[in-house]
Design a protein around this ligand. Structure first.
Ligand code: NDP
Length: 296
């Protein structure tokens, strides 16, 4: 079985992005800039934000983190976003989720200028993706990373049956829509399953490409997978494991041990889809910079 190594691909991609960033710096004296806003002190969010800022710097881009207290009102947050929308040195704006409950996440998504929405969450970007205008939108980072993995591993997709389990706005829906597009890396027949789907195994067993984005540890078991399927595991779940130093470890939505006996290719957790998400955020930020400076 082929292990789809997201850690390696993301590292290769970041090196490629750095070459382009360095070239732009030499030619224009400017570099892409990403600003991340974090509201409150959620420890997991703080780790994500730190990792994003670190990766940004590694590729030579500017990175700014704006920390706001958990008591921040929606009005104050929207005003901060508006300021960034108008700042020509900011090419990507990301507001780390989850947000405190007094803030409407959708209002925040709508407030970000679609041209700087490097998360690809704005309805304008999602709408353009659905219509197949991928060169004129930002594709949300996790599905975009999966597309990159499929492409770099030359996984044949045209005419294949892709089953996506999960229909969130940030993973499942954009993923399914991407797989449906008439692109070299996609062009699939697509089925989407969710919590109200009856008899999920009857669908997953038909999948040539199975993408699990559920958020439930080990949900996809060996009996749910067709022999030879390509299995992409988006899930990140922490489970108890007394044998580790921390007492817990990360696993995906797929029972890796069981399914790897049947799959032809698979992403591990960790080290599969996860590292690609940050790499694609950087790619989107660079793309935003290139669009803003007519460098494409
Ligand atoms: P959400 O919770 O927003 O969505 C989960 C989806 O799974 C929903 O559509 C839900 O269905 C469906 N679902 C839940 N339970 C079942 C069930 N028993 N049977 C069938 N479908 C079910 O999660 P996300 O999409 O944001 O994330 C999914 C997973 O991916 C999580 O583990 C998350 O941590 C991980 N993730 C990983 C990323 C990475 O970089 N690798 C990035 C983003 C997420 P319904 O709509 O009916 O409720």
């Amino acid at each position: 079985m082929l292990i789809i190594d997201g850690k390696k691909v993301s590292s290769d991609l970041k090196n490629e992005l750095k070459v382009r960033v360095d070239l732009h710096r030499t030619e224009t004296g400017k570099v892409p800039g990403l600003t991340v806003i974090i509201v409150g002190e959620d420890p997991a969010s703080q780790v994500y934000v730190r990792n994003k800022a670190k990766s940004c710097k590694e590729t030579g881009m500017n990175s700014t983190v704006i920390e706001m207290p958990a008591s921040t009102t929606q009005e104050v947050l929207l005003a901060a976003i508006e300021k960034l929308n108008n700042d020509p040195d900011v090419h990507g704006i990301l507001v780390q989720q989850p947000l405190p409950k007094q803030i409407d996440e959708f209002a925040v998504t709508l407030a970000i200028d679609p041209a700087k929405d490097v998360d690809g969450f704005h309805p304008e970007n999602l709408g353009r993706l659905v219509m197949g205008h991928l060169d004129k939108c930002f594709v949300s980072c996790t599905p975009y990373g999966i597309l990159e993995l499929l492409g770099r591993y030359n996984i044949e997709t045209k005419g294949k049956h892709c089953v996506v389990v999960g229909r969130s706005n940030i993973v499942g829906k954009p993923m399914a829509n991407l797989m449906l597009q008439k692109l070299d890396e996609t062009n699939c027949t697509v089925t989407i399953c969710h919590s109200a789907t009856r008899d999920i195994p009857s669908y997953t067993r038909q999948a040539d490409i199975l993408i699990a984005a559920i958020g439930k540890a080990g949900f996809i078991t060996a009996d749910m997978v067709k022999p030879g399927a390509v299995v992409i595991d988006v899930g990140i779940n922490r489970i108890d494991d007394p044998s580790t130093k921390s007492g817990s470890r990360l696993v995906g939505d797929v029972d890796y041990e069981g399914v790897s006996a049947f799959a032809s290719a698979m992403t591990p957790v960790p080290g599969g889809v996860g590292p690609m998400t940050i790499a694609m955020l950087l790619k989107n930020t660079l793309q935003s910079f290139e669009r803003a400076n007519s460098l494409q």
